[in-house]
Design a protein around this ligand. Structure first.
Ligand SMILES: [Zn+2]
Length: 213
């Protein structure tokens, strides 16, 4: 199974693939995406082109997208997709965009339409890698902090907790992320309970890919 991954850095991509492989139950193959810029808003801006590339120009059927929430509006399922996206939720913004692009794709002979699964790390991907460690890091803790106008932890604090420094070299970042991803891969359901919006729904989507199309 070939799965293209669009995320904010090569290290994110390597670690996210560990989670994807565990969720779909096979070792997925990479699909090279030539991206010059990374981070948000690059992920959002290139998403339409990446979806079209995967659909028309590769033999992959699946695209995974993972971005950081940073200080964007927290997801609110009660609002519905469009209103939540309009309120500034990155998860719903990416989902709305992906759905729109997928609706516009023309069929390719002998190949089903590309499917996208979207995850959002709140507030940053280091929150995932620090899950169940020293700091209590969950979507609920982050949301409650934001409601009181006080971040419960900063991105730099999370980086230091994961890498031992807030400016890790790429090799260290990659090693630590992949190691933590392997730790988490063994307990994806508990992990999803701590990150139900940005990871739980993403996990459910990935598990649907197990079924043959
Ligand atoms: Zn939302």
């Amino acid at each position: 199974m070939k799965v293209a991954i669009l995320s904010e850095s090569p290290a994110d991509e390597a670690a996210v693939r560990v989670l994807v492989d565990c969720a779909v139950g096979v070792r997925t193959e990479t699909v090279a995406l030539s991206l010059r810029s990374r981070g948000w808003p690059a992920v959002r801006n290139v998403l339409p082109a990446v979806l079209r590339t995967v659909h028309y120009h590769t033999d992959a059927l699946h695209l995974v997208v993972v971005a950081d929430a940073n200080h964007s509006t927290c997801h609110n399922a009660e609002l519905g997709l469009d209103a939540c996206a309009a309120a500034g939720c990155r998860l719903c913004e990416l989902r709305t965009l992906a759905a729109k692009v997928c609706r516009e794709l023309r069929p390719v002979a002998g190949k089903p339409a590309v499917r996208a699964a979207i995850g959002l790390a709140v507030p940053s991907i280091e929150a995932w890698w620090h899950w169940n460690q020293r700091l209590e890091v969950t979507e609920r803790v982050w949301r409650e902090g934001r409601q009181k106008n006080r971040d419960p932890y900063s991105r730099n604090q999370l980086k230091t907790a994961v890498y031992g420094t807030d400016r890790p070299p790429l090799a260290l970042e990659m090693d630590r992320m992949v190691a933590e991803a392997h730790r988490i891969a063994g307990c994806l359901d508990s992990f999803a309970q701590s990150f139900p919006d940005g990871f739980g729904s993403f996990l459910a989507e990935l598990r649907q890919w197990r079924a043959p199309i």
